[in-house]
Ligand binder design. Structure first.
Ligand code: 6PG
Length: 260
């Protein structure tokens, strides 16, 4: 296992979330010390909801004013739609913490098409991260990813061309089986992050997480491999039940770290 990739297995979702919360605070403070700001891209879905609820408990966390939150992906729906990832994070985090509105960077879906939305998001990323040259990528301090049972992450789905996008920062995704068109960060942006965390729990993800950890390349999540950063898999026992590992070490008394 490359030393950039760590796999932690937790007894349950509660201890996993405790650990993730501590990691968040650590990375925020490290980013503040080094760059006077902290940037994160957060995913939608059900898995991170408990973490978002716990994050909202950091109400007076004075560093929220230097925290900038983007989305890893979004559905092409209005922001108050029940399927909106922005809405999910707003009702679980933004509505409870003192983060300035200017620090919240939703995907603008109030445009004529998902392609226009992806272009607008890309423009915001370029402006915020002060990118000048082609081939420069935003570098997020924290990238929180989920994993679909089909091996997708963000809105990068198997056998879709967007997985292979190497020029754009964000793309629109029109996949027949999906209820909504999507907008997603691309792999070069994801892989340029300093800290990438896959949050995976439940037995329904056991089969696919083993394939991802075994780097089976037909799955988009297997292509998440930071260029110059950390990749951490946070799994509960149910999600990890199909993993075979040679060694395991106790980690901070709440998890075991395994080498696969
Ligand atoms: C989304 C997410 C997506 C999610 C996976 C896992 O917009 O739905 O960004 O990539 O992380 O689909 O979803 P669950 O956590 O609900 O299993």
């Amino acid at each position: 296992m490359s030393d950039r990739r760590k796999i932690f297995i937790f007894e349950n979702q509660y201890t996993l979330t405790n650990y993730l919360l501590k990691q968040w605070v650590f990375v925020v403070k490290e980013a503040m010390d080094q760059r006077r700001q902290f940037t994160a891209a957060l995913s939608g879905g059900r898995t991170p909801v408990e973490f978002y609820c716990r994050l909202s408990g950091l109400k007076d966390f004075e560093l929220w004013r230097h925290t900038h939150i983007f989305l890893t992906d979004e559905r092409f729906v209005v922001h108050d739609h029940s399927d909106s990832n922005f809405q999910l994070i707003k009702k679980n985090v933004f509505d409870y913490v003192n983060i300035p509105d200017a620090n919240i960077h939703p995907v603008n879906t109030a445009v004529e098409s998902s392609e226009a939305s992806a272009r607008a998001y890309e423009k915001e990323l370029i402006q915020f991260f002060k990118l000048t040259l082609d081939g420069e990528w935003p570098r997020f301090d924290f990238m929180l990813l989920g994993l679909g049972t089909d091996g997708h992450t963000a809105s990068l789905f198997p056998e879709e061309k967007e997985v292979n996008e190497v020029k754009r920062l964000s793309v629109s995704v029109n996949r027949e089986k999906l209820e909504h068109q999507r907008i997603s960060l691309t792999l070069p942006v994801i892989n340029n992050a300093r800290n990438i965390v896959f949050l995976v729990h439940g037995s329904s993800k056991a089969k696919i997480i083993k394939k991802i950890i075994d780097r089976e390349k037909q799955f988009p999540a297997s292509h998440v491999d930071p260029l110059n950063g950390e990749l951490v898999f946070l799994l509960d026992k149910d999600a990890a039940k199909e993993l075979s590992y040679q060694n395991s070490y106790s980690h901070c008394g709440q998890a075991i770290m395994v080498e696969c």
